[in-house]
Design a protein around this ligand. Sequence first.
Ligand SMILES: [Zn+2]
Length: 150
Amino acid sequence: MKRSPSDLKLEQMLRSSKLVAGGFMGTDSRTVEEVIREDAAELERLGKTAAQVASRMRELTLIARPALGNWVEAENKYRIRSEEWKGSLICPWPHVGRYEKRITTCIRLETNEKIDWSDLNIHLIEAHGFFEGRGAYFRLEPADLVRILF
Ligand SMILES: [Zn+2]
């Protein structure tokens, strides 16, 4: 597939370490489009959409937020904590939007599995179907999200 200059620029930005330590692509050698396409196929196999996953992440984030960094129990099933850090994260796609540097950690009590995400992850999944490249600090595996959050 021919890649447009704006795709290449996006990819450079996604690989940059200026935005997040390790960038958004980590050590992944696939293109951004391949990452998005393969994760979309994986989600489809799992019977969920990116919108459903993002909305679940947002729902749990909103439960934890009022506790201001303390752990809360949710749905008799999770322990969740949402911590705010100084600064903001910027979506690498060219549109307006800054996301608070809020990291939410969710532990599923019955399995003790843990997963963390930032507010920007929610946006990247919802608006761009992007779970980040392998090796990126905030890479999220669709299978982990579906198994832990549903
Ligand atoms: Zn965006």
